[in-house]
Design a protein around this ligand. Structure first.
Ligand code: G3I
Length: 315
């Protein structure tokens, strides 16, 4: 048994993990990451972001991203590119550039077409986190300067650069039905009405033990009914430390619930955990009292959550 094997047996394209360049020097970690019975898909956690790939205007650096792609290709794993346009991890020439609307649209166009053109044949988070939790547009440098147009420009640039790439918009707190997921659904409708290319909605799923929304399946169906696919793109389910058996058991149930919601909808094509081991989780650096969010612990030992994922995919 392996997570990618059970996912594929359930009709999904993949089960995958995020990773990052420094981690590729950790031999036991790498051995498991490259095991395609567990993971047949990889997402670079940082190395394809704007600050990493276009640190100064028009100068592109693909070395770190290329290393992740090579790892995936050597192992026969799919890759999700992450991401073209996001308000975080921007180089300062973008975040404090004070560009006018036309100039910033052209900067977005160049960035997305160059990035997606370099990494052809991938799935792409073209636009990341465009909304506030109340469903209004996030006041990013992009929205503040171009209005919603940056989304159209980014998607059109990506499609032109690689007609075969799968183009996604990705966000958090859109797991269950809520104002933010409704905003995402409305954006998809509006893009389709304008003939702007959009292939999928990425549901990040940075969740909390005991707080998985009960409306996940219905919410995924709401998106697939619009004619796009869905992926769970950054799954982790954190707990307040210390770890207890009760919390691990609840976490197992929660993983099973999320996976079962994806399994139940044929248009939900795959699931990615935001790294697979607690050793490399982003959670403790942002939420110091929380952690243990992933299916393998920091010693690369499987947690009950692993069995929850398997159970979620089983018939
Ligand atoms: O590379 C520098 C290093 O040179 C420096 O010494 C070190 C000191 O802090 O920082 C390093 O940069 C860090 C970077 O990760 C690479 O490790 C940043 O500080 C840190 O903020 C950054 O965190 C990333 C975070 O996005 C930034 O927003 C996480 O690794 C990454 O997992 C996380 O991923 C995001 C997704 O892209 C979007 N959805 C939410 C998710 C979690 O926040």
């Amino acid at each position: 048994v392996g997570l990618a094997l059970v996912a594929q047996a359930a009709g999904k394209l993949y089960f995958g993990s995020a990773t990052d360049n420094p981690e590729l020097n950790d031999a036991p970690y790498v051995a498991l990451l490259g095991d395609t019975m567990e993971f047949n898909q990889i997402t670079p956690g940082n190395s394809m972001k704007w600050g990493a790939t276009e640190p100064s205007r028009g100068t592109f650096t693909f070395t770190k991203g290329d290393a992740i792609v090579k790892f995936a290709q050597d192992n026969g794993q799919l890759l999700r590119g992450h991401n073209c346009v996001w308000h975080r991890q921007l180089p300062s020439w973008v975040s404090s550039g004070n560009f006018d609307n036309a100039t910033l649209q052209s900067i977005v166009q160049t960035h997305c077409s160059t990035l997606v053109g370099h990494y052809k044949g991938q799935i792409w988070d073209v636009v990341n986190e465009p909304f506030n939790d109340d469903g209004t547009w996030r006041a990013s440098i992009f929205y503040n300067t171009t209005g919603p147009s940056f989304v159209n420009v980014a998607l059109q640039a990506a499609r032109a650069a690689d007609p075969n790439a799968k183009l996604y918009i990705n966000d958090y707190n859109i797991e269950g039905t809520c104002a933010k997921s409704a905003a995402m659904a409305n954006l998809v409708k509006s893009l389709k009405a304008q003939d702007v290319p959009i292939d999928g909605v990425g549901i990040q799923a940075h969740l909390i033990v005991g707080q998985v929304p009960s409306t996940m399946q219905e919410n995924i169906e709401q998106f697939t009914a619009l004619g796009v696919e869905v992926a769970i793109t950054e799954l982790d389910i954190r707990m307040t430390l210390p770890v207890t058996d009760a919390l691990l058991q609840q976490q197992k149930k929660d993983y099973q619930t999320v996976i079962a919601a994806c399994k139940a909808v044929s248009g939900c094509v795959g699931v990615t955990v935001w790294d697979y081991t607690d050793k490399y989780s982003w959670i403790p650096s942002v939420y110091p009292t929380q952690g243990a969010a992933l299916p393998w612990d920091a010693n690369l030992t499987k947690k009950p959550a692993y069995d929850g994922i398997v159970a979620g995919f089983l018939p």
